[in-house]
Design a protein around this ligand. Structure first.
Ligand code: ADP
Length: 164
């Protein structure tokens, strides 16, 4: 059976931790939709177009991965896209409570939708988009945090704009 899954997130900006989870998923499932969510609760540093573009430049060449912008409820977007599972990364136990709550909420909203948790590579457990933003804001080295092809653009934007 052809299995389509969705990897949702803010990706503000995409990190090597995100890429680790997305590429792991691409080896497990037939089709991966990376859904970049608008997320009105957060105030993203990068626009939705920039976040989608960073991801396309990083994983766009992998044949079974598609990157799209999404707005609204994940459970509804997944249904519209024909995705039967959500893939989320777990870094530490601290991620678990929120992720478990979201997984059960999404299943309530869309009973056909399951959530699959993938453990991140141990070398990325500390990594988040906020860490990248904080380090770059202070001029620190983010070479080991973000994909090489977007490094300069991300670094220059964060350093000059001073966004957090
Ligand atoms: P959200 O705002 O929805 O939490 P994020 O962009 O922060 O979105 O994260 C998207 C997904 O990537 C989530 O499943 C998150 O747990 C996972 N993720 C983020 N950073 C890492 C990391 N360093 N290692 C593994 N998974 C990660």
């Amino acid at each position: 059976m052809h299995k389509t899954v969705i990897c949702p997130g803010s990706f503000d900006p995409v990190t090597l931790g995100h890429i680790d989870i997305i590429t792991r998923a691409s080896r497990m499932f037939d089709e991966i939709i990376v859904g970049v969510f608008v997320n009105s609760e957060k105030h993203p540093t990068f626009t939705i177009e920039e976040r989608v573009d960073f991801l396309k430049r990083t994983v766009g060449d992998i044949p079974n991965i598609k990157v799209i912008a999404c707005d609204g409820l994940l459970a509804e977007c997944a249904r519209d896209l024909g995705a039967t599972a959500v893939v989320r990364g777990l870094r530490a136990v601290s991620d678990f409570e929120y992720e478990f709550q979201m997984a059960l909420t999404n299943r309530k909203l869309n009973p056909e939708l399951d959530t699959v948790f993938l453990a991140s590579d141990s070398s990325f457990t500390y990594l988040s988009s906020s860490i990248v933003k904080n380090v770059a804001h202070h001029g620190g080295d983010i070479t080991n945090f973000v994909p090489a092809c977007i490094h300069d653009e991300v670094f220059n934007r964060l350093k000059t704009k001073g966004n957090k």
